[in-house]
Ligand binder design. Sequence first.
Ligand code: ADP
Length: 421
Amino acid sequence: MKPSILSIEKWRIVSVIFVILVGGLLTDAWLISIAFSLFGYIVWMYYKTYQFYTWVINGTGQNNVPDSDGIWDKINYQVLQDKNKSSSRKKRMNALLKRSQSILKGFPYAAIVLNQNNEVDWSNSKSVLLNIVKNDRGQCINNLIRSPKLYKLLNANEDGSEIEIESPKDSSIQLLLKIITIGANSKLLIARDITQRNKTLEMRKSFISNASHELRTPLTVISGYLEMIKEDKNLPKSLSTPIDTAYEQTKRMQNIIEDLLTLSRLESTDDIQDISTSINMEKVINHVCQDLNQVVTVEINTDEVIVGVETEVISLCANLIQNAIFYTPKGTKIIVRWYANGGNKLCLDIQDFGKGIPNKHLAHLTQRFYRADKGRSKEQGGTGLGLAIVSHIAQRHNAVLTIDSKVGSGSTFKVCFLVNN
Ligand code: ADP
């Protein structure tokens, strides 16, 4: 409990009363005695206030604390305590700031701290990749790097969003830029040189594409001959099974090659805007379903169209519907639904009531050659590339593929296209 001012100042109050009493008794002039005593007390208080004021404006130093007692001693002590606390907090903050700056200095990527107006507050030496040097502090980043993509990224205010741009210093360098929000008013812009990574990816893509092209012709020849031998009436019975198996395997390889070439094509044409047309999904779904040897329930709840590449959307739809048929027992109910979801989404659901997919596989299904049910996939002639193709087509059409599945209940593959009204 805090002591009251009366208890802290009791001796001074007693002294003032004592002086009043003595003065009053000796002179019998009580009013004058009271006035003199109070005047003395006020002068003393004024002097102490002045001392305190001088001490405060001189920086509240530890060595020149005004000599005092009572309430003034308490005030001086409290001021010193607060000062010590705030200076140790300041020291801690400075140490923390220095430590964070030295971490960012040693960071292998360009790191730039921006304030709420997107002006450069601090940058490390690697920021030269973005043509930003120490002298650029205080300048708006959009004036230093003229990039509509960066402008969009900064205004989107989405933590962790990334873009790829060419280095403003050297256009042969590709950079991956990422925004991280720090506190309410600052952002950290990180730029990583991904030139080598992109080159490796390009090499991998072109290797797969070239290898697939090279294998395509010999495989067509082999499968043609095998088909001819297979049909030959004079083929000895003992060779019939090996030839059939060889023919089946060649067909599988041909399917894999075709799917790999499809993926390469999807990867090499980044922008689909020039080849886009309006697509009527009802027509696409009916077209895919007419060639199936199983009945599927089609529910069309919207006649809104999407914009995209029709052959790709047909392939997306066919892959998902064929999977629903392949991976469920014959006769299982399959529903294909096309509907508007919220104000700006059009969704395609392929729902089956098969045995479902265990949860641990769901996140990996769109990876190339990933199979949840290896036996069934091979038995059905699956390539393990169907969902990779679907996911790629979805991405190119600004759509999101989500997979929902429950063991024992079935699976729903949902593709939601974003429509700009
Ligand atoms: P695949 O050529 O093997 O069918 P996909 O990429 O199309 O390759 O599918 C990957 C894996 O996802 C399949 O091997 C299968 O295990 C699983 N899968 C896909 N669709 C379904 C489905 N409707 N029901 C259960 N499993 C599925």
